[in-house]
Design a protein around this ligand. Structure first.
Ligand SMILES: [Mg+2]
Length: 385
């Protein structure tokens, strides 16, 4: 059965929230971003974009281009609050919601068609519900797969509403620049362009041998996308899920310093996954199993959700210290850390953690324990959640 996929993307989200909360900004160019020396633009409304300002641009450059714009710092808590309202609307229509960021999600509404009508009915209802409950505009794309739905939501922004019928896929895709194909990077694009492949249609019709020489093993992937084929499923993230790592020691540990180092290593692993999935965590849990197989778990909630390793580690090590203060030198057989009460993260998370994640992705996880090295012998690590 053909699927019905909707991609919803809020228009200039942070800047629109600011305008909505401050009606006096209604006709102004609004730029949200860091105000420090090295600040960058996090969001610019359409009036600011017409002046050439776009996100990720250094603020200093934005100020030169748009000296009269209204500048403000991001209020992430407020954006998350609005985001929760928007996601609650999505869930009225389907449980299959895959959040990509605070202001963007895929919805698989295949199972909702009988109840609500066509995907266009559902898309329009969602757009209207968002406007009614938040006062903000969203762009909506509808198609039979994720790739097309995402391109559709972007095709007529802001306040876009684009549905791509199966028999219009080529007409929709062919004129688009090849850069729109998922996974075409900054290195690949110029090489394709140099061969005269500027549009998706040109790539679709190109000589297979040429594509193979330019794209190697990825040629088939890009050719499928160019034909509008994308089998990826919408992956719903359940709100009650948790992410945890635990480690069973080859030799029981009782040294507090070693246990803390191990705890940090586990926390790093957990939080890296939290950030990869663009989430924030509210509740931190540790699990300690002693040499007699007595297992305890201890939890504590943060005041505000976080995606920072340091914040979560502080809570986890506090919980561990409390356990240690009561159990002294009891040998520990297994240690675990988990986070729950997960919510979608807003925009850029912790910069330190972000760059560490990048290093880890490139060099593997072993080197990275923030200066606290330890020799825990052979371990049995388990990934959960
Ligand atoms: Mg957006």
């Amino acid at each position: 059965m053909q699927r019905a996929i909707i991609h919803v993307d809020m228009d200039a989200f942070y800047a629109s929230v600011e305008q909505h909360d401050h009606p006096e900004l209604a006709d102004r160019a609004v730029i949200v971003g860091g105000t420090g020396k090295r600040g960058v633009v996090a969001a610019a409304n359409y009036a600011a974009r017409r002046l050439g300002v776009h996100s990720a641009m250094p603020m200093a450059r934005a100020r030169r281009l748009a000296p009269k714009a209204h500048y403000c710092r991001p209020r992430m808590n407020r954006y998350r609050e609005v985001s929760r309202q928007v996601f609650a609307i999505f869930e009225r229509y389907t449980p299959l919601v895959e959040g990509l960021s605070v202001d963007e999600a895929f919805l698989d509404v295949t199972g909702s068609l009988r109840l609500f009508g066509s995907r266009e009915h559902i898309g329009a209802a969602i757009r209207d519900d968002i406007l009614t409950s938040t006062g903000l505009h969203a762009s909506v794309g509808m198609a039979h797969n994720k790739f097309l739905a995402k391109l559709a939501s972007d095709a007529d922004k802001p306040q876009g509403f684009v549905s791509v019928p199966q028999d219009a896929v080529r007409r929709f895709l062919d004129p688009m620049p090849i850069g729109r194909l998922w996974g075409i990077g900054k290195k690949t694009e110029p090489r394709l362009r140099a061969q005269g492949l500027l549009t998706i249609g040109q790539l679709r019709q190109a000589d297979p041998a040429l594509l193979a020489s330019l794209l190697g093993s990825r040629a088939g992937h890009f050719l499928s996308l160019a034909r509008g084929i994308d089998e990826r499923e919408v992956e719903a993230r359940r709100a009650d899920k948790s992410i945890s790592h635990e480690s069973t020691f080859a030799n029981n540990l009782h040294d507090a310093r070693q246990l803390r180092a191990e705890l940090l290593r586990l926390t790093e692993a957990v939080m890296r996954r939290v950030r990869e999935q663009q989430l924030m965590a509210r509740t931190v849990t540790i699990k300690v199993r002693d040499y007699r197989f007595h297992t305890v778990t201890r939890s504590l909630s943060l005041r505000a959700a976080s995606d920072a390793t340091k914040t979560v580690y502080q809570v986890a090590s506090g919980l561990l210290d409390t356990w240690l203060s009561k159990h002294g030198n009891t040998p520990v057989r297994l240690l675990g850390v988990g986070v729950s009460k997960l919510s979608p993260a807003a925009g850029q998370g912790s910069q330190v953690d972000g760059s560490l994640d990048e290093i880890t992705a490139r060099f593997g996880t072993r080197k990275l324990t923030r200066g606290l090295a330890m020799d825990a012998g052979k371990k049995d690590d388990t990934e959960r959640g």
